[in-house]
Design a protein around this ligand. Structure first.
Ligand SMILES: *Cc1c(COP(=O)(O)O)cnc(C)c1O
Length: 752
């Protein structure tokens, strides 16, 4: 085997794929050639699809057996003997390969990679590493399935990353995206519990560094100026790391006894300036040659320090930034043969998607699957609710069942929240239940008995509530179609909130002509930073002026302000920010028009199951903002919908068939998306029982429950583990079906 001429280093590199998301091998090779034009360079990768294998910068290439072929210890020893026999040092370009070598050949002087303990420290989310680096870690959770993941996502405004423990991060903003991302990460990398993490909107920076035995050899900071669709670097500017950051990286390298290259990925929150750790990579980044071109050849410094052979040329800054280009090169005969053979039988291989270094195969070999408990006990409250609501006559299956206990508990929480807000602000606080969420008469009766109000969006809903016994001053009218089928009046409401300027003008006119009486005449405020079809954006100067004119002309005596944008969608943080922005501008407008605000109404969208402390904390903060900006109020209203009812109903169903095919099992039940039309927005918890048995809760898994309808999308629940004993005739209960699943349910495939 050949080696470099005397006085020059020999280097073996791994991970040489060059695509939209490249490995660092080619960049490392270019940097090393700058320092030693005649060094001996060898490339190593795990399939001929690693495009860099054809690059002329290499003196020799090795295509190693795939990770599924031999035992892992044997593969590591084979790699080490390639390095040793050519008297070379090894620079890894693949995280998992490097981690494996650190375990199998600890402390090997030719392997320029961090010790095993350092690998353990930087596994995502990297809490220990962040502490050493003086960075925060975005909130995260390890989840077993979609139920936990969706709960986390709702708490963080549906802006979350699903991350493999070593590689890959997928952004998710909906339940469907989240479910697919969990499935993808699990199938690709074999992770059992998948990491979900809050998204931080901000500026991303990276720090590349090199160290030998814990001594830092240099570091550079890079800001991305162009990115690929996946967010990977395409161009960037590079500068020295600031003193404070350099001190941190120096300490980090020392504490971890780091050897080799590394990269710290950071995001700086645009709003708060706080710096968060995204990840630490235990190898040089693919853009490392970009840093070399700006005057810091870190790969060469590392090889020089490890071999004692000094760089031939001086490090030189060609520019303060770099950009990538695409280049065609001749394919080498060996790779050409394999790629041509592949092309005969399959369509072209994607340059980015196929993992040419076979890391997913290795990842899956490295995990030991944890068996999931098949079913579990339902929590005590649910068990009591179910026992009180059943038995259902199996002859009526599928059937929607009410859990009065769950409804009562949610009302108790909300009553408590109202008390907390009254206590904090001195303002009378009540809630108005959103009728459209679920107009079930039993729900309305419970609301009525509590002395609470109702919120309606049409004249017919208002009539329905009058019929249910609600006095007119306990009815709040909102929405864009409130005068649809208006009978001409006169009629009375507790409050009317207008959805647009024209709606305001029309309502003012109806009130002026004595056709509508209302204690409070109000305006719905639109969020300013988010798109919404509802409300009036008073932060826009033109709209501001028109609203001011309308208010002056109408001389509204008791104005109400209404804000509603589902916190379950945008998260409490953004919700409070948007509310504060809208209310601050509205306060200014009211002061200028000499209009007194008597009532503030905060819309629904609260996550079912939120505790009194958490919901009270959020609404209390919002109420204090309102009082601070608007002065003393007469009343604060909340408009809960699903918070009150989602957990108060379930759909009882019977198993019709249990199917088994090579891709797994599926249960067909007599319920469907007609009874569970809201199946997409939240994963419903599912209980199961054998006939005569007790109810068990289904755990997370890869199986699916199919509905009775002939529609491809009639799959009310994915991502569950079906019990081994599941059989036709068993019963299931889809929990969390009391909100829009009830309000929007329809008859389909029931009666011809
Ligand atoms: C639908 C609606 C609600 C209730 O929303 P949930 O998401 O069910 O809590 C509250 N206020 C208004 C104006 C609504 O349109």
């Amino acid at each position: 085997m050949s080696a470099a001429p005397r006085g020059l280093p020999a280097v073996v590199l791994s991970g040489v794929h060059s695509g939209p998301n490249p490995s660092p091998g080619l960049g490392l090779a270019r940097s090393l050639r700058l320092a030693w034009p005649r060094l001996w360079l060898s490339a190593l990768d795990y399939s001929p699809r690693a495009t860099g294998l054809s690059a002329t910068v290499f003196d020799r290439v090795h295509i190693r057996p795939g990770w599924d072929t031999a035992d892992l210890a044997g593969l590591c020893s084979g790699l080490v003997s390639i390095v040793e026999s050519s008297g070379a040092v090894f620079l890894p370009g693949l995280d998992l390969e490097a981690g494996l070598l650190a375990t199998h050949h600890p402390g090997h002087p030719a392997l320029l990679l961090p010790p095993a303990a350092a690998f353990a420290l930087v596994v995502k989310p990297g809490v220990g590493a962040a502490e050493l680096l003086g960075l925060s870690v975005p909130e995260y959770r390890r989840v077993g399935g979609i139920e936990e993941a969706a709960e986390f996502a709702a708490a963080h405004g549906w802006q979350v990353w699903v991350k493999g423990s070593r590689y890959q991060a997928v952004f998710a903003t909906t339940r469907v995206e989240l479910f697919n991302a969990l499935g993808h990460i699990r199938a690709t990398w074999g992770d059992e519990d998948v990491l979900v993490q809050r998204h931080i909107a901000g500026v991303e920076e990276s720090v590349v560094f090199a160290a030998l035995d814990g001594e830092l050899l240099g570091a550079r900071a890079m800001r991305k100026t162009m990115v690929t669709e996946e967010g990977k670097t395409w161009a960037g500017t590079v500068e020295p790391v600031r003193a404070d950051g350099l001190r941190r990286v120096t300490e980090f390298a020392r504490a971890t006894r780091w050897t080799g290259g590394g990269e710290v990925e950071i995001v700086r929150d645009t709003r708060t300036g706080e710096r968060y750790l995204l990840e630490v990579n235990p190898r040089f980044p693919a853009w490392v040659h970009g840093a070399t071109l700006t005057g810091a050849n870190l790969p060469a410094r590392l090889v020089a320090a490890a071999t004692g052979i000094t760089q031939q040329g001086k490090e030189k800054a060609y520019a303060s930034g770099f950009v990538r280009t695409v280049e065609e090169i001749p394919v080498t005969p060996r790779t050409a043969a394999v790629l041509t053979a592949a092309a005969r039988v399959t369509p072209p291989v994607p340059a980015s998607g196929k993992h040419p270094s076979e890391m997913p195969v290795l990842a899956r070999r490295l995990v030991t699957p944890v068996p999931h408990a098949e079913t579990g006990e339902p929590d005590e409250e649910t068990a009591r609710d179910v026992a009180a609501a059943l038995p259902v006559d199996p002859g009526v299956s599928p059937a929607r069942v009410l859990f009065p206990g769950a409804l009562r508990r949610a009302m108790d929480v909300l009553t408590g929240v109202c008390q907390d807000v009254t206590h904090a602000t001195g303002v009378r606080t009540r809630f108005a239940y959103s009728v459209k969420t679920n107009p079930d008469r039993r729900v309305l009766d419970t609301v009525l008995r509590r002395g609470a109000l109702v919120e309606v969006i049409s004249q017919s809903e208002a009539a329905f509530c009058a019929d249910a016994g609600f006095p007119a001053d306990h009815v709040v009218l909102t929405g864009p179609a409130k005068w649809w089928r208006f009978d001409g009046g006169p009629t009375k409401f507790g409050a009317v909130f207008c959805d647009s300027l024209t709606d305001l003008e029309r309502t003012v006119d109806l009130v002026g002509r004595g056709l509508v009486h209302t204690d409070v005449l109000g305006l719905r405020l639109a969020p300013s930073d988010l798109t919404s079809r509802f409300g009036v954006d008073v932060t826009h100067p033109v709209t501001y002026r028109r609203v001011a004119d309308a208010l002056r002309a109408a001389a509204v005596s008791r104005l109400g302000l209404h804000f509603h944008h589902a916190a379950s969608r945008i998260g409490p943080r953004v919700w409070l920010r948007e509310f504060t922005a809208a209310i601050t501008v509205a306060a200014d407008l009211c002061a200028r028009t000499d209009t007194r605000v008597s009532c503030v109404d905060l819309g629904g969208g609260w996550v079912p199951g939120t505790s009194r402390a958490v919901l009270g904390g959020l609404l209390g903060r919002a109420a204090r903002v309102a009082v601070r900006e608007l002065g003393p109020l007469e009343e604060i209203l909340f408009e809960p919908g699903k918070f009150l009812v989602e957990r108060a109903m379930a759909v009882f169903a019977t198993v019709l068939d249990v199917r088994e095919d090579p891709s797994g099992r599926a249960a067909v039940v007599d319920a469907s998306v007609a009874e569970l039309p809201d199946w997409v927005t939240h994963p419903h918890r599912v209980l199961w029982r054998r006939r005569g048995g007790s109810w068990r809760r289904l755990g997370p898994g890869d199986e699916v429950i199919l509905g009775r309808l002939c529609m491809e999308h009639d799959q009310p629940r994915e991502g569950v583990a079906l019990p081994a004993a599941l059989a036709p005739g068993d019963h299931v209960l889809f929990l969390d079906a009391g909100a829009y699943d009830a309000g929007m349910s329809y008859r389909f495939g029931v009666r011809p």
